[in-house]
Design a protein around this ligand. Structure first.
Ligand code: PEP
Ligand code: MN
Length: 333
């Protein structure tokens, strides 16, 4: 009986208040991992032994990162019960592009605005980003919308400048092994979004996280963005197993990036749903008012309508996650 009403709710994308029993049915139906219930084999612990600070231990089961910017009304948590959405263009291209995108994603579930001002590109002739002007536009978008800002820092010498504007500093996949950059961002004390390198193993990712933690910065958010394999039909291969694995062994939150994994906008919403169900703490997704004219990553950027649809499709999963967390915290017992 309960299963039927659940299916019906999903189809109509409508969520009712639940009692503890209904919450259990949601959890079973969606197969959400029970975050916090750890059964880690000794072999795994050995495999990740080089990164002890990133691993769970007694008294360090879960890191919840608080992002606060009082002036702009930013106050949120990553790694707690909420599924956090970071959305925005690949690159900051100009005022209208950024502000319209910020307003749109703000109205549709995002808490954090993404946008690159310093862009790592495969070609030296491709758009390299607006630099400081891009950072200023991000700050203006934050002032107008209350969204927190995540933006990439590529070079050690830019760390103080980017840290002046960003709420979260992004380390891109091309810098996943750049330990001196990891040390420099760690010293800012700001939250760090650490992307998995294209050819990095889970152990490599945790190792990079360990470097930041070891430099006294506990605010590390991991990001699974797909890895290179022999498959060429998608830009990268989405490593879904990495998410529940990391949730089991590490206390750090993990965000999923379906845009860079897919490389095509038609796959992004489906990957986002899979990643939500795999137990990620949130998403980072590229959105552009006119993706075909984007200066970078247009093929994988969602239009405003596509973004809105993706978020409404995720609603039941986000609610299920929230209920699972509440139940585990005993709130629904
Ligand atoms: C980006 O976020 O736009 C980006 C360049 O990501 P990655 O480092 O994962 O390629
Ligand atoms: Mn991009």
């Amino acid at each position: 009986m309960h299963s039927c009403s659940y299916v019906c709710d999903l189809r109509h994308n409508f969520v009712q208040p639940f009692d503890g029993c209904a919450a259990r049915i949601w959890k079973i139906s969606l197969g959400l991992p029970q975050i916090g219930m750890v059964e880690v084999s000794e072999k795994w612990l050995e495999q990740f032994a080089e990164s002890p600070l990133a691993l769970k231990s007694s008294g360090r089961e879960e890191t919840i990162i608080r992002i606060q910017n009082r002036e702009c009304g930013v106050d949120l948590e990553i790694g707690g019960g909420e599924f956090v959405i970071m959305a925005g263009p690949c690159s900051v291209e100009g005022e209208e592009q950024l502000l319209t995108t910020a307003e749109h994603v703000r109205r549709n579930g995002a808490q954090i605005l993404r946008g690159g001002a310093f862009k790592p590109r495969s070609s030296p002739y491709a758009f390299q980003g607006m630099g400081i002007d891009g950072l200023k536009l991000l700050a203006e978008a934050r002032r107008r919308t209350g969204l927190a800002i995540v933006t990439e820092v590529m070079a050690e010498e830019d760390v103080p400048l980017v840290a002046e504007y960003a709420d979260i500093l992004q380390i891109g996949s091309r810098n996943s092994e750049n330990t001196s950059l990891h040390a420099a961002v760690a010293l800012t004390g700001k939250p760090i979004l650490l992307k998995r390198g294209m050819v990095a193993t889970v152990a490599d990712l945790l190792h990079a996280a360990n470097t930041i933690l070891d430099h006294g910065n506990p605010n590390v958010i991991l990001c699974e963005r797909g890895i290179r394999t022999f498959e060429t039909a998608t830009r990268n291969t989405f490593d879904v197993a990495a998410i529940p694995l990391i949730k089991m062994i590490s206390h750090l939150p993990i965000i999923a990036d379906p845009s860079h994994a897919a490389g095509r906008r038609s796959l992004v919403a489906a990957l986002a749903r899979t990643r939500g169900a795999a137990g990620a703490d949130g998403l980072i997704v590229e959105v552009h008012p006119h993706p075909d004219d984007a200066y970078s990553d247009g093929d994988q950027s969602l239009t405003f309508d596509e973004y809105e649809r993706m978020v409404s499709e995720l609603e039941p999963w986000m609610t299920a996650r929230r209920l699972t967390q509440m139940q585990m915290a005993g709130a629904l017992a």
